[in-house]
Design a protein around this ligand. Structure first.
Ligand code: ATP
Ligand code: MG
Length: 327
């Protein structure tokens, strides 16, 4: 697939990735997932919400073939017809990172702290795509540009700790997308980022879905984030998807009691939906902001963040007044 090779208009309704009756059990008998059904379509963002421990991350890890060794998965996960469950070793390695990219919930998992960004990106595309060193370097710079990291040539020489939290998230997305996968799993990619930086990362995901025809699974506990960018919404509870449908439908007419209680528990919620609209308009305003050059980006502050391991939150009053990621 080329970056522009698939558009929304050519995206068929057939799912790119289909998860059917996925069950994951730990060796001690604990049922982590109890029959998850989800389908991702090209060019669409599928939001996945649900309380902590409901199995969102485990669902993503199942797709990547990265479940803990003590876990057994049954059911079916197909990528354009290829069954992924049970694929091991070389065959899974060939797909992971190549046809399915993942941005992990813990940002430190996505990027190696001791390797420069350039090394990480070029090694990744060389391994999967067999590019020459110089072509891989050019590709790495192009990816950084695409995720709007300023001065890509300089950024390639830097190490993860020399970037802000928002920049690191963008770089993690660049790594996940460097081989032009069909599917991106983004597990809480904006948690702990303030609302402005958060909006930048979300806008990026939206444009990648639109422009690359990427099918995105956006895991977030944050219904404000979900309502701002997801096309479809699924809500998990205790290892099952209890509600799923189009965004408007789920947010305006939630069918499941649990979804209603989630909506009602939004920060400062009094009328539930009313409060959601609040959060949504805040993010929508940020998302509607015209794209400027990378340098004008709110989190393009690599030089001023060379120490520590902060995660990009609380950046000197840059929030629009309310951080939706935190309750
Ligand atoms: N390595 C592991 N070994 C055993 N159980 C685990 C492991 N990782 C997660 N679990 C369990 O699996 C269940 C689902 O966890 P998961 O990480 O998928 O939740 P989540 O929905 O992503 O939550 P959060 O919103 O906190 O990220 C939880 O009960 C958790 O305790
Ligand atoms: Mg999780």
């Amino acid at each position: 697939m080329t970056p522009t090779g698939m558009t929304n208009s050519t995206a068929s309704a057939a799912p790119v990735l289909s998860i059917d009756d996925l069950r994951v059990q730990m060796r001690d008998g604990q049922q982590i997932l109890r029959g998850v059904n989800l389908a991702l379509t090209a060019g669409r963002i599928q939001g996945l919400a649900g309380e902590s421990g409901s199995g969102k991350t485990m669902t993503g890890l199942s797709v990547m073939g990265l479940l803990p060794g003590l876990a057994t998965a049954t059911g079916s996960i197909t990528l354009t017809g290829t069954e992924l469950l049970g694929l091991r070793g070389r065959r899974m390695n060939a797909l992971r990172g190549r046809r399915i990219g993942m941005v992990f919930q813990d940002p430190s998992t996505s990027l190696h702290p001791m390797l420069s960004i350039g090394t990480q990106l070029t090694d990744h595309v060389r391994r999967h795509l067999g590019l020459s060193r110089s072509t891989a370097r050019a590709r790495a710079a192009e990816m950084l540009e695409r995720v709007r990291v300023s001065d890509p040539a300089a950024a390639l020489r830097r190490f993860p700790h020399q970037f802000s939290g928002g920049q690191r998230q963008r770089i993690a997305i660049a790594v996940a997308l460097a081989c032009e996968p069909e599917v991106l799993i983004a597990d809480e990619p904006t948690t702990a980022l303030d609302v402005t930086v958060q909006a930048g990362v979300l806008r990026l995901l939206r444009s990648l879905a639109d422009q690359m025809g990427l099918a995105v699974l956006l895991v977030t506990h944050d219904l404000g984030v979900m309502s701002a960018v997801a096309d479809d919404v699924a809500v998990m509870r205790a290892g099952v998807v209890v509600e799923s449908g189009g965004r408007e439908q789920v947010f305006t007419a939630p069918a499941h009691e649990y979804t209603r209680s989630l909506l009602a528990s939004l920060p400062g919620a009094e009328g539930g939906i009313t409060s959601l609209d609040d959060v949504r308009s805040l993010l929508a305003a940020e998302l509607a902001r015209p794209e400027g050059p990378a340098d004008a980006d709110p989190d393009a502050d690599t030089d001023s963040n060379t120490g520590g391991s902060h995660t990009g939150s609380d950046k000197g009053g840059r929030t629009s007044g309310r951080s939706v990621g935190q309750r």
